[in-house]
Design a protein around this ligand. Sequence first.
Ligand code: SF4
Length: 333
Amino acid sequence: MKGFDFEEERIKQEISKLNAKRVLLQLPEGLKPEAPRLAKIIEKTGALPLVSADPCYGACDIATSEAESLGIDLILHFGHAKLLKHEKVPTVYIEARATVTVDAAVEQALQLLAKYSKIGLATTVQHVQTLDAVRELLVRAGKVVVVGDAGRVIYPGQVMGCDFSNVKSIAHDVEAFLFVGGGKFHALGVALATSKPTIVADPYDNTAYSVDVEAKKILKQRWASIEEATHAKTFGVLISLKPGQKHIEEALKIKEDIEKMDKTAYLFAIREILPEVILEFPTVDAYVNTACPRISLDDASKFRKPVLTVNEFRVVSGESSWENTVKKGLFEN
Ligand code: SF4
């Protein structure tokens, strides 16, 4: 696959450093087609490659249980920067930096940013290496540019699907954000987390567009889900089995809070939160999702029941107002 750096030489070095005999490859959906080619490279080192075919959406989802049960010596996790403090099985992160140039997309974005003079920059780990060049393009166009450096993510300006601390830390200092990267997922997160106009510069299509209308639509939809959940009598509290998404204590506290509201709560252990799984429990009226919060927001139209984030549940329980929740963030801790 052109356009990404899979660091093949480093992969070989890491395998030899650990003298790994069995290697588990874990790739997010967009990069999975590369798995057979990478497996071949690993096989040539003398190690046995196994490809995890399960979905993988983030570095919160390292396949440690699978690795333990398969006797894996090394997990190669592609496409994300390190997130967990400790991994139970040795894990090497191959961030798969994009090699596409971003200039043409940024030039287009500048037209949409014409009325703003102070711009915040954001991107994913795939493009963090381009931020200096993007800053320069914007400065040359007369803009003041701010890049946040806060929170648990590794690189300045980097955002993750559920961590927008970098953009939140500078939201007061800018009039709009420019997100460099493909797709709307992260840019919508920037818009929702900061309530600022957000423009995407997509270097894969060389296009630029705003996500503001869509962010407003999501907000409306979230409010509707919260409203519906206030009438629920029975709640399901979802606990993820993925290592970086497992929040048992938080789920127990939510169960207690629901019971204090004189309602019923059940705990559900779950790996993939899918609409068909939710349908299996018709007596449950609404869910509180302690796993990946973006599932609640991005897949809302697929679920027949409200699936609230923890912060949204705080509105139902009366601990927070809708306005404060929007300000604090619908889905961030
Ligand atoms: S919890 Fe969700 S948004 Fe956060 S890193 Fe994991 S998959 Fe991405």
